[in-house]
Ligand binder design. Structure first.
Ligand code: M6R
Length: 594
């Protein structure tokens, strides 16, 4: 749950490391630090944001170093708990992302052997183990140290006597950026894009020796080659491009993202969908596993797949599936994860494989951990999502699930043709919502005054209510709850007051009339109601205080337009409240701990 970087080359390492860390801040930002090789190993760190660390640094001409931005798991954010961590001699420095399960036992053993610990972290055992095994060869010392470790890690180690970075990876992401007379290491691709678009992905079990002119990998003591990839994203795509926040930039990218997601899967001539995954699987039901926003996408997917393909679908929160004694028969397991690194989802994916299920991963990140485990992979092609709050990746996940359902749909060619035509229209419909940004921003300003808000819906839009509430709470810090509209009267009615706005998400499908009844019930409790409703629905005006208009689409696609309206609402509410929108408190983009 942290970001790590490394640099070795001809430039001054310090500004490169700081720049790379800034691009990884979405992975954690409660403390940070760097270590530079010069006359010894110099460490600068603190429980501060990267900008503050940068301001406090003196110029330094070191050409080799490592850096870390932290999201605390073991020990509070503090200078001593911030990475890099060092050994007793101060010659070895390590940055680490992941969790060392047996660190207490290792710490006890190392302490009894004379090592002194200065932090509460699990990571600190690593430099001490390296010190214990160092005999003049850092690669060998790291290789030996990780034999003692159980858990997950990506790490970079340096030693004062050697101009090299030693990297290792197990169940935690790590990439190498290949440059000219310089090489970089990072947890994620956007960190290195200012310097290179050539990257290599480490596999689990890899150990690498990175010098300014060379990159070498071994696995189980044997040399291995890792392919070099060109990153298809430009640096502009990974930056704010003039928007105030990544979140609003990413919301505006959605028309293009939708086109990217379906491009290559829809034939230009025939009403056919080709996902390029196995079609001959023998299964009678589907289980979808995911967390957070991806879980909400899965819930929409259930409606769409059951409706179009008439296959029973169960959706489980990945972390809960991990404790269930469920018996899976002929089940096709789909894991949805934007990052491809979420620890709960990874564990669920592995469990599904152990249970003998064929697995499909739907993800955004090429080369991520999930893609190496799943039997099939579908990329949503949303591009880098920097804002902690998922927006464009959610919409791309929905589009992929529509494609999946349509590919398996038991409908005639004409119906499939009209569904595809509707899907092709979605980018234009999204532009229409974005054109209404100003009106939604005004509504956000009003909502910003409240401390509690409900989101309600029925049917295929119930997950949209959950997602609307998640977006609102995570970036505006307003207490927001998503509810199936029919459930309010079973308890939450007790919380309705004139100061508790309710957002009702509507679609002109078989849920509409009953939802109107629910809205009347809410109004009778004097809560203000804001409806999200399609153009031309004049009926709704009679029952609510305000209407956020979305374009008319087939109700099956209404989660796309409704969700985007709610993304904008959450964004402008949070902006009015002056919140840290792209990096909300206590959260991180990639949740690599269970
Ligand atoms: O990378 P994943 O899709 O597996 O992440 C799962 C959740 O952590 C994530 O969707 C989270 O809920 C969102 N960032 C919220 O906006």
């Amino acid at each position: 749950m942290c970001g790590i970087v490394g640099y070795v080359g001809e430039r001054e390492a310090q500004p490169v490391l700081i720049n790379c860390l800034k691009r990884l801040e979405y992975r954690g930002y409660d403390s940070c630090g760097i270590a530079l090789l010069g006359r010894g190993t110099e460490v600068y760190k603190g429980a501060v944001r990267i900008e503050t660390l940068e301001r406090n640094l003196q110029p330094n001409d070191s050409r080799t170093g490592i850096g870390h931005t932290r999201w605390a798991t073991h020990g509070k954010p503090s200078e001593s708990n911030a990475h890099p961590h060092t050994d007793c001699s101060g010659k070895v420095a390590v940055v680490h992302n992941g969790v060392i399960d047996n660190y207490l036992q290792l710490r006890e053993q190392l302490t009894s052997e004379g090592h002194t610990f200065r932090s509460e972290t699990d990571t600190e055992v690593i430099p001490h183990l390296i010190e214990k095994y160092y005999r003049g060869n850092l690669e060998q010392a790291v290789s030996r140290a990780i034999v003692d470790i159980t858990g997950a890690y990506s790490l970079i180690a340096i030693h004062a006597d050697r101009k090299e970075l030693i990297v290792a990876r197990k169940e935690s992401p790590l990439i190498i950026g290949i440059g000219d007379k310089e090489n970089l290491v990072a947890s994620d691709v956007p960190a290195v894009l200012d310097y290179t678009d050539r990257v290599m992905y480490l596999e689990d079990g890899d150990i690498g020796v990175i010098t300014k002119n060379d990159v070498k990998f071994t696995r189980n003591g044997k040399k291995v080659e890792r392919a070099e990839h060109r990153v298809p994203w430009s640096i502009e795509e990974a930056q704010k491009a003039g928007y105030d926040h990544f979140m609003i930039k990413e919301i505006h990218e959605q028309p293009r993202v939708i086109r990217n997601t379906f491009a290559g899967h829809i034939s230009a001539l025939e009403p056919e969908i080709d996902l390029g995954i196995r079609r001959d699987l023998d299964f009678s039901n589907i289980l979808i596993l995911a967390c957070g926003t991806s879980y909400h996408a899965a819930l929409v997917g259930k409606h769409v797949i059951e409706r179009l393909a008439q296959i029973p679908v169960r959706v489980d929160i990945a972390s809960e599936f991990n404790y269930s004694d469920t018996v899976l028969g002929k089940t096709w397991v789909i894991v949805i994860t934007q990052s491809g690194e979420t620890a709960d989802s990874m564990r669920a994916l592995k469990k599904a494989k152990e249970l003998g299920c064929h697995t499909l991963v739907i993800t955004n990140v090429v080369g991520s951990s999930a893609t190496r485990i799943g039997d099939d992979v579908l990329y949503i092609k949303a591009g880098p999502e920097i804002s902690v709050a998922a927006t464009k990746s959610f919409i791309a996940q929905l589009v992929m699930l529509y494609l999946l359902a349509m590919a398996r749909a038991s409908v005639d060619v004409r119906s499939r043709g009209s569904l595809i035509a509707e899907l092709r229209q979605l980018p234009n419909k999204v532009h229409e919502i974005l054109d209404r940004e100003g009106e939604i921003a005004e509504r956000g300003k009003h909502l910003a005054e409240h401390e509690n808000v409900f989101f309600v819906a029925r049917g295929i839009n119930f997950p949209v209510a959950l997602e609307g509430a998640l977006k609102m709470k995570e970036i505006s810090y307003i207490h927001a709850e998503g509810y199936a509209a029919g459930e309010l009267k079973h308890g939450p009615f007790a919380l309705l007051t004139p100061d508790t706005p309710v957002i009702a998400i509507t679609a002109r499908d078989n849920t509409y009339e009953t939802l109107l009844v629910n809205i009347k019930e809410i109004k009778a409790r004097e809560s203000p109601v804001i409806a999200v409703a399609e153009e031309g629905d004049d009926e709704i005006e009679k029952y609510v205080d305000f209407v956020i208009r979305v374009p008319k689409v087939d109700p099956m696609f209404s989660p796309v337009v409704n969700s985007i309206a709610l993304q904008l609402l959450a964004y402008y509410t949070a902006k009015e409240r002056g919140c840290s929108i792209d990096t909300p408190r206590n959260l991180a983009k990639s949740v690599t701990v269970e």
